[in-house]
Write a protein that binds this ligand. Structure first.
Ligand SMILES: [Zn+2]
Length: 86
């Protein structure tokens, strides 16, 4: 098999490549250092993009639902019964 095209590697990195092409390209990548390096670069890009999207999603949720995602704070905590000072 020839080297897969860049767009095929990119789709594979994003999990968007359909079978049987995905399986064939994965088999090729397993034995081809050049394609492994290329795929690793695409995966780094995908991870960076995912992290960026998560940050912006979290940010927009905070704005839209300020109370919904707030952790429950200030829940009364029981401490030992307080004896009045005398
Ligand atoms: Zn290759």
């Amino acid at each position: 098999m020839n080297h897969p095209r860049n767009d095929e590697l990119l789709l594979l990195a994003y999990g968007e490549l359909a079978e049987p092409a995905a399986g064939q390209i994965e088999a090729h990548v397993a034995t081809c250092l050049a394609c492994q390096a290329q795929l690793a670069g695409f995966e780094r890009g995908r991870l960076a993009l995912d992290a960026q999207q998560q940050r912006s999603r979290a940010w927009s949720c905070r704005g839209r639902f300020p109370l919904a995602i707030r952790p429950s704070v200030g829940r009364p905590r029981r401490r030992g019964r307080r004896r009045p000072d005398m």
